[in-house]
Design a protein around this ligand. Structure first.
Ligand SMILES: [Zn+2]
Length: 174
C-alpha cells in the first residue's frame, strides 16, 4: 500500500514515466524500383527492394516505436508473407504503430534518426521528410531529427548496394 507522501511521489514518478526505443533497417538498392525515404519519393536510378515500398527510414522509426512499447518488431506486425502489405505505403505502417502508442496511453516526445547512404544527396528532401513523419506522429518538425551520412565509400553502403537507417524514439505518458 502507498500512503501519504509516498503516494504523492508514486504519482509523480508514474506521470514522469518514459520509454525509449531504437530501430534499425536495411534495404538493397536495385534498378527498377522507386526510392522512398522518410515518406518522400526521391528521384534516383535505383530504389529500395522490399515487400512494401521499402522505406528504410520509416521502417526504422516503426521499429523504434514498437521497441519502446516492447511490442516486437515490424516483421511481427506486418509480415512480408502477407499480401496485404505488398508495396504498401510505409506511412500507413507508421500510422498503425503510432496508433499503438496512443492506445497504450503514451505520446512521442521526439525522434532522432540517421540515414546511411552513398547516393543520392538527400539534404534537399530532409525537411519534407521531417514534415511527413511529424504529421503522422503528431509532432512538430523540431521534434523529428533526420541526419544523413555516407560511409566514405566503405562497405555495401559505399558501393551503393544498399542503405541503412537508425532511429531512436522517446515516449512519455499522455
Ligand atoms: Zn524495411
Amino acid at each position: 500500500m502507498i500512503i501519504g507522501q509516498n503516494a504523492d511521489i508514486y504519482i509523480i514518478l508514474k506521470k514522469m514515466s518514459y520509454r525509449i526505443g531504437s530501430g534499425v533497417d536495411f534495404h538493397q538498392l536495385v534498378a527498377g524500383r522507386d526510392l522512398w525515404i522518410g515518406g518522400v519519393k526521391i528521384p534516383h536510378d535505383k530504389g529500395a527492394l522490399g515487400h512494401s515500398d521499402a522505406d528504410v527510414l520509416l521502417h526504422a522509426v516503426c521499429d523504434a516505436v514498437l521497441g519502446a512499447l516492447a511490442l516486437g518488431d515490424i516483421g511481427v506486425h506486418f509480415p512480408d508473407t502477407d499480401m496485404a502489405y505488398k508495396n504498401i505505403d510505409s506511412k500507413i505502417l507508421l500510422k498503425k504503430c503510432f496508433d499503438l502508442v496512443s492506445a497504450k496511453g503514451y505520446r512521442i516526445i521526439n525522434i532522432d534518426s540517421t540515414l546511411c547512404l552513398q547516393a543520392p544527396k538527400i539534404k534537399p528532401y530532409i525537411f519534407q521528410m521531417q514534415q511527413t513523419i511529424a504529421s503522422i506522429v503528431e509532432l512538430t518538425t523540431g521534434d523529428v531529427s533526420i541526419k544523413a551520412t555516407t560511409t566514405e565509400q566503405l562497405g555495401f553502403v559505399g558501393r551503393e548496394e544498399g542503405l541503412v537507417a537508425y532511429a531512436t524514439v522517446l515516449l512519455t505518458l499522455k
